[in-house]
Design a protein around this ligand. Structure first.
Ligand SMILES: NC(=O)c1ccc[n+]([C@@H]2O[C@H](COP(=O)([O-])OP(=O)(O)OC[C@H]3O[C@@H](n4cnc5c(N)ncnc54)[C@H](O)[C@@H]3O)[C@@H](O)[C@H]2O)c1
Length: 244
C-alpha cells in the first residue's frame, strides 16, 4: 500500500486530495495546524511554519507506514495588502509556510522518497506561480519560488525516478477564497455574487470557480504512473487565466 503525506489536509484542496488518495487506497498522513474529527487519513497536528514540525511530520509518516511514496505540500494562506503597508512578519510567515515548508518536507522525506523508483513530490502552486496580481506580494513571491524549488527537486530526483511537479490552479471554491469574497463584499459594499463575478472570476476565461475535487483529480493523476513525465513542470489548471 503506497503512503503519502498531505499538508493542509484539514480544509479545502488539501482535504479533497487526502480524501481522494484514501479512496484510491493510499495510506495518508493528513497534516494540519487544526485537526477536525472528520479529516480523511491519519491526522497529524503541526504548525509547519516551525522548522522542526516539518521533520516531525515526515518522521511520523515513515514510522507509521514504514515507507513514504509521495509528499503533497498544500498548506497555505493569503494576505492582501499594498507593498508599502505589507506587514513584514506576515511576509515571513507566508514564505515560511509556502516555500520553506515544502523545502524542508522534501529535505527530510528525500531518503524515503528516493528509496524506491517512482517517488512523487507535488506542490500546490497557483496561477500566481506564473503571473502576479497587485496586493499579493508575499503569496506571489512564495508561489513563484515554489516552482524553482520543484524544478530543482526534479533535476536532483531524476536518478531515483522521482518526479516533482507544481500544480497551478486558478480560483478554487475553498474557505481561502470564500473569505476573500466576504472581505471584498464588505470593503466594496457589494453583494457577494457581484464580487464573485466582477472581481474573483475576472481572470478566468471560463467564468466559474474550480472545485477542490477537480484539483484532487489532477494530483491523483500526477501521483500515478501517468504523472511521471510531468516532472519539473508547472501544470496549469486555471480556466484560461494564463492564456492571456
Ligand atoms: N483556493 C484557491 O483559489 C487556490 C488557488 C490556487 C492555489 N491555492 C493553494 O492551495 C493550497 C490550499 O488552499 P485552500 O484554498 O484549500 O485553503 P484552505 O484555507 O481551505 O486550506 C489551507 C489549510 O492550510 C492549513 N494551514 C494554514 N497554516 C498552516 C500552518 N502554519 N501549518 C499547517 N497547516 C496550516 C489551514 O489550517 C488549512 O486547513 C494553498 O497552498 C493555496 O495557496 C488555492
Amino acid at each position: 500500500m503506497r503512503a503519502a503525506l498531505v499538508t493542509g489536509a484539514g480544509s479545502g484542496i488539501g482535504r479533497a486530495i487526502a480524501g481522494r488518495l484514501v479512496t484510491d487506497g493510499w495510506q495518508v498522513l493528513s497534516v494540519d495546524l487544526r485537526l477536525t474529527s472528520d479529516m480523511p487519513g491519519e491526522p497529524f497536528e503541526a504548525d509547519l511554519i516551525d522548522r522542526a514540525a516539518n521533520r516531525h511530520a515526515v518522521e511520523a509518516a515513515v514510522e507509521r507506514f514504514g515507507r513514504l511514496d509521495a509528499v503533497v505540500a498544500c498548506a497555505g494562506f493569503q494576505h492582501v495588502s499594498p507593498v508599502a503597508d505589507f506587514p513584514e512578519d506576515v511576509w515571513e510567515r507566508l514564505l515560511a509556510l509556502m516555500l520553506t515548508s515544502p523545502f524542508l518536507l522534501a529535505k527530510y522525506a528525500w531518503p524515503a522518497l528516493t528509496a524506491n523508483p517512482g517517488g512523487r513530490f507535488v506542490a500546490l502552486g497557483s496561477a500566481h506561480s506564473l503571473v502576479a496580481s497587485p496586493y499579493k506580494a508575499g503569496y506571489v513571491a512564495a508561489k513563484h519560488g515554489l516552482t524553482g524549488l520543484v524544478k530543482t527537486l526534479a533535476l536532483e530526483g531524476a536518478g531515483a525516478q522521482l518526479s516533482a511537479t507544481t500544480v497551478c490552479p486558478g480560483f478554487v471554491r475553498t474557505p481561502l477564497v470564500e473569505a476573500q469574497i466576504a472581505a471584498q463584499a464588505k470593503a466594496h459594499g457589494l453583494p457577494p455574487e457581484r464580487v464573485l463575478e466582477d472581481v474573483i472570476l475576472a481572470p478566468h476565461v471560463i467564468k466559474r470557480l474550480i472545485e477542490p475535487e477537480e484539483v484532487a483529480d489532477v494530483v491523483a493523476f500526477l501521483l500515478g504512473p501517468g504523472g511521471a513525465t510531468f516532472t519539473g513542470t508547472a501544470v496549469s489548471m486555471d480556466l484560461g487565466w494564463t492564456a492571456r
